[in-house]
Design a protein around this ligand. Structure first.
Ligand SMILES: [Cu+2]
Length: 682
């Protein structure tokens, strides 16, 4: 063999190594790797995918490997995600300043919708980090694979049982600021053909103290979560799996709202069949059937009489049943095509009973009048490898959606607004997009995407009936004939990857048409005692949003790493007034020292003041803030296969009193918190 041949084989080996590595990091392909993976369980770090890249930033994600951190803490560190905080738990996620019905949030591709009219239970609140494999954020071409949206998608991928592996873990945490205790554990029992994984978590937190020591009332919460994944190999090419998840939160305080949560309960179940090269020409086929039931009970029983003008009971239900089939076709020339068809049915009902303090008749209303929605969609992506430097991805989606209401009482409510209640509304939300990737030299990559899409109006935007918004003090009423919201957006990303210095710059522009917004109606009066009046959801002619971020990871010398990330969003309506709920400039920075089994980390989080506010939405100006955190950890090898991880630290070291712009009601965040986390893996 001459040198040229050896060189050729070497190149091939390196190439296959990288293509294998590429598979591991590619979201669509990582399950294939799991299929063949026989190695012992390794710590999985929460990571984030954009279309062209996988950010796997350990320095900025120190808590990600701490499986007792909350989902809110994990999402808070996820690039392009912002969180609206109404309580001390279950923050409501935004992607590039858009949230709610504007983005698609899913769990393993399954659609799930909260049962609270006040958004106390976003879909992400049902997942525990112990059960999380990845939080996938997509803002461009892949976004429409999960559902129609105008801002992007967040898909939470759960951990699956591994074959030929027996492993487990137990974690416990104590937090001084809320006397909080968090426990989580998991066990994986995997034979050659059958594998089961079980995870559980329990959380119990009292009211926390803000900076300065003041106890903030209604910030307590309790939560428990259990999930089971069962996988069975059928022959060489198929895996059949069953999933069940139960999550229940009780006595959750919502300091920024007039009511708390007595019960937020979810059952989620699915059956999935996945075939690997089972059919010729199809690399992977996945068929999933699922169902979930969400129950939510808001109450004010913990609030003293002087804070409550009228006692209320507000239960809500949201049931979703669906199925999807996903095909990854084999490579055809330069094309790699992925196709998906999905369907779901969602039922939502919410009630409000007001008890007259003077003993008069109770008043009953359906705030969501048995709303039923059917959505059938088809989506596809064509990835085209033009040459070794350039690639293109075209994607598209179209849905056929029907929405109507069932309940006779709800129909009577609607006749008061000028509708018969029998109408069934049909929408066709769509999405088309193109993504172009170009490698420049060996270190740089530029990606550019443009898309046009629309999204369905939400249950509240169509049928919400006197939904009280604490932020502006208005009761909101939906309009069944509201139009879909449309978006025209473009994103640019420039990335440098190198052994010592990595950085990424992103910039995006999103122009929204028929933007859905609550508009004051001076002829109607508020239902809520002390309320300011009534607003109807309406389509504004347009609004626009700019988003940008910069991230740097730097390894200055051995054992040291530095990371910093800036995020800036800006938005306005057609009349030049500011959009509400726009996070101002924020920064997270960390310096980490790691040597052998020890690490020490200094972390700062900061936000600039927000003066561009929407007073119509009840916003006020927010001052700038900054906090410093210190974290340290040590790993002890107990036996050959088991380790003990001890982590400790002080968050908000200087006990700073602060709140962020997206924190409703200017409720202060937690003050200085000493935490201790012990984790045992075996
Ligand atoms: Cu609620």
């Amino acid at each position: 063999m001459n040198m040229k041949q050896i060189g050729g084989i070497g190149t091939m080996l390196i190439f296959s190594f990288f293509s294998l590595f590429g598979q591991v990091t590619d979201s669509a392909a990582s399950e294939e790797v799991l299929f063949f993976q026989l190695k012992a369980y390794e710590l999985e770090v929460v990571s984030v995918l954009s279309d062209s890249q996988q950010v796997n930033n350990l320095t900025l994600n120190p808590i990600a490997s701490n499986t007792t951190s909350t989902m809110d803490e994990v999402l808070e560190k996820t690039p392009q995600v912002q969180l609206i905080k109404r309580g001390s738990f279950a923050y409501d996620p935004q992607i590039n300043a858009l949230g709610g019905g504007q983005i698609t949030v899913s769990i393993d591709g399954m659609r799930i919708f909260g049962a609270c009219t006040d958004k106390m239970d976003p879909s992400s609140s049902y997942i525990e980090p112990i059960n999380l494999k990845k939080a996938e954020v997509s803002c461009h071409s892949n976004a429409s694979m999960q559902g129609s949206n105008v801002g992007g998608s967040l898909n939470l991928r759960t951990r699956k049982a591994k074959f030929s592996t027996i492993a487990g873990e137990l974690n416990g945490s104590l937090n001084s600021v809320s006397m909080g205790q968090d426990f989580s554990g998991g066990v994986n029992l995997g034979g050659k053909k059958l594998a089961i994984r079980m995870n559980g978590a329990i959380r119990n937190h009292d009211n926390y103290k803000a900076g300065g020591g003041e106890i903030i009332k209604y910030t307590q919460y309790q939560k428990q979560n259990l999930s089971i994944n069962l996988r069975n190999r059928l022959g060489e090419k198929w895996i059949l799996e069953g999933d069940y998840l139960y999550d229940e939160a009780n006595d959750v305080g919502f300091a920024a709202l007039p009511m708390d949560v007595a019960i937020a309960r979810t059952h989620l179940a699915s059956v999935t069949a996945t075939g690997y090269s089972a059919i010729s020409g199809i690399d992977k086929i996945q068929i999933k059937v699922y169902g979930n039931q969400v129950y939510h009970l808001m109450d004010d029983s913990k609030r003293p009489d002087e804070e409550v003008a009228m006692r209320m009971d507000m239960p809500g239900w949201s049931d979703t049943y669906g199925a999807f089939a996903k095909l990854n076709l084999g490579r055809i020339g330069k094309h790699k095509i992925q196709l998906k068809t999905d369907y779901y049915y969602n039922f939502r009902r919410a009630e409000m009973t007001m008890f007259d303090p003077n003993g008069g008749a109770d008043m009953f209303m359906l705030t969501w009048p048995d709303v039923q929605r059917n959505v059938l969609g088809v989506a596809g992506v064509d990835n085209i490898e033009l040459n070794d430097k350039n690639s293109l991805a075209f994607s598209g989606r179209v849905d056929w959606a029907t929405t109507g209401i069932e309940d006779g009482f709800g129909k009577r409510q609607l006749t008061g607004l000028g509708y018969s209640g029998d109408e069934v509304y049909v929408h066709f939300p769509y999405s088309i997009s193109v993504l172009w990737n170009r490698r420049i030299g060996s270190n740089y990559q530029v990606s550019w995407s443009t898309s046009s899409s629309s999204r369905l109006p939400t249950t509240s935007e169509m049928y919400g009936y006197y939904l009280f918004n604490k932020e502006d003090g208005y009761d909101y009423i939906g309009r069944p004939d509201i139009k879909t919201e449309k978006s025209l957006r473009t994103n640019l990303e420039l990335k440098r990857k190198n052994r010592k210095v990595d950085w990424t710059v992103t910039a995006g522009y999103n122009r929204l048409f028929d933007f859905i917004y609550g508009v004051l109606d001076s002829n109607s009066s508020a239902m809520t005692i002390g309320g300011n009046g009534v607003k109807y959801f309406q389509n504004l002619s347009w609004a626009q949003i700019i988003n940008s971020s910069f991230q740097l990871d730097y390894l200055p010398f051995k054992n040291w790493s530095i990371s910093t990330r800036f995020n800036y969003n800006w938005g306005e309506k057609y009349d030049k007034s500011s959009l509400p709920q726009i996070q101002p400039l924020t920064n997270v920075s960390a310096v980490k020292f790691k040597r052998n089994k020890f690490f020490l980390l200094l972390e700062s989080e900061a936000g600039s003041s927000q003066l561009l506010i929407d007073p119509e939405f009840g916003e006020d100006k927010t001052p700038s803030w900054a906090v410093l955190n210190v974290r340290a950890g040590y790993q002890i090898k107990v036996t050959k296969k088991s380790t003990l991880d001890i982590k400790t630290g002080i968050l908000n070291l200087f006990d700073h009193y602060y709140y962020r712009h997206l924190d409703w009601g200017n409720v202060p965040r937690a003050g200085r918190n000493f935490y201790l986390n012990v984790g045992w893996k075996f």
